[in-house]
Write a protein that binds this ligand. Structure first.
Ligand code: ZN
Length: 388
């Protein structure tokens, strides 16, 4: 299949002006101005008046659904591939949340494979909130080394009432094991840490950054915008080389209780001198959004979707006037680099043809191409969606 995208205003994510993009199979074969239209293309898409940018990388999605925190009826549903497509997301990293018991790794791997079969690209982290880490192949190293889709561990809960409260020594050993397995297999080999509201926050990760030779790319905190104290620690951590992940899904009660929108928090970090390349956005899609009162009673539940990822990028551009190329980086090139997702995160020759088209005025997503396949065309789903 050979397709041609004509006359798009390209953010790769760097701004490259008006370009044509030649797609051969699942790859980008060429980017140039005025590519010959007389060849026998399978399809020519006129992108005049549209912007194009890389398919988004959502690095934190509870793909098989999360464990509800109010009994079995509150379990959240599996990811709908359509939600990812409509949100411009073409690459995902799946994680397990609170429920590391009923949500098993085999069914999660099956879900990851189903997402890949549908035309998107999906990887996963082994384990869940709890330590010791439950694995598929017998150990963290074996999971990363020998299961193609597994690229790290997570999300391990720390500083949270739902955590298994691992010690600093246990965390260092786990990160070191991931790093070695990652080096041997050419994968990221990272540990993703879920942060709760306990006051110690990321102090163990700060200690790891300062007192071990483990590179910061192997231990990533997420939900860093969940309270002001955590964000303050995060700024310190990132200015010393740490990587921060901001959660784009939110509910009003979280904002009332002190969490910040990902867009607001990112701007605060940029103003404080955190390098843009040290920050990523992720949706925490399909995760339950619990709300507790001061005595710990659950007030209510809903669940998030990957669509919030692009909504917060739009907020960066529209509300904070951050240039489009910078706003896009936090959900394209940055996570693709950090998670070592080959062929992802940039529109360039030889990369996977994961491309989103949107209207430049209101940034409505109109078309999505994943690995050269048209998934969304003029707002209509063209992909063959999985049953679940
Ligand atoms: Zn989490």
């Amino acid at each position: 299949m050979i397709s041609l995208l004509k006359n798009v205003e390209l953010y790769a994510p760097d701004y490259l002006g008006q370009q044509d993009i030649l797609i051969a199979g699942h790859c980008i074969a060429m980017i140039a101005k005025d590519i010959d239209t007389s060849l026998p293309y399978t399809e020519v898409i006129d992108g005049q008046g549209k912007i194009a940018f890389p398919g988004l990388v959502d690095n934190h999605v509870i793909v098989q659904g999360g464990g509800g925190e109010s009994g079995f009826t509150s379990r959240t549903p599996e990811l709908k591939v359509e939600d990812a497509i409509r949100g411009g997301v073409t690459s995902l990293v799946g994680v397990r949340g609170t429920d590391g018991m009923a949500r098993d790794l085999r069914s999660m791997l099956a879900k990851v494979k189903s997402i890949n079969e549908s035309g998107l690209s999906c990887w996963m982290l082994t384990g869940s909130y709890q330590m010791p880490v439950k694995t598929l192949a017998g150990s963290i190293s074996d999971d990363i080394m020998f299961i193609e889709e597994i690229i790290g561990v997570g999300e391990i809960a720390i500083s949270d009432h739902r955590s298994s409260h691992p010690s600093y020594k246990e965390l260092v050993s786990m990160v070191a094991e991931c790093r070695v397995a990652g080096m041997l297999s050419g994968k990221a080999g990272l540990v993703k840490f879920h942060l709760g509201d306990d006051p110690e926050g990321i102090s163990m990760l700060l200690e790891m950054l300062r007192n071990t030779s483990l590179p910061s790319l192997h231990f990533l905190p997420t939900h860093i915008n969940r309270n002001p104290g955590l964000l303050k620690q995060g700024i310190e951590f990132a200015k010393e080389g740490g990587i921060l992940d901001f959660t784009t899904s939110s509910v009003p009660i979280f904002l009332e209780q002190g969490s910040a929108l990902a867009s607001d928090a990112l701007i605060k970090c940029l103003e404080a001198g955190v390098p843009l390349q040290n920050m990523t956005f992720s949706s925490d899609g399909q995760g339950s959004l619990p709300a507790f009162d001061e005595e710990g009673h659950l007030l209510g539940l809903s669940y998030s979707t990957p669509r919030s990822l692009f909504q917060e990028i739009v907020a960066l551009v529209k509300q904070h006037q951050l240039p489009m190329e910078k706003a896009l980086a936090v959900a394209t090139s940055n996570p693709a680099n950090i998670y070592k997702l080959k062929g992802k995160g940039r529109v360039a020759q030889g990369m996977d043809a994961d491309i989103v088209l949107a209207s430049p005025e209101d940034l409505t997503i109109t078309d999505v191409i994943a690995k050269g396949k048209i998934m969304l065309r003029n707002g209509e789903i063209k992909a063959e969606l999985p049953l679940s």
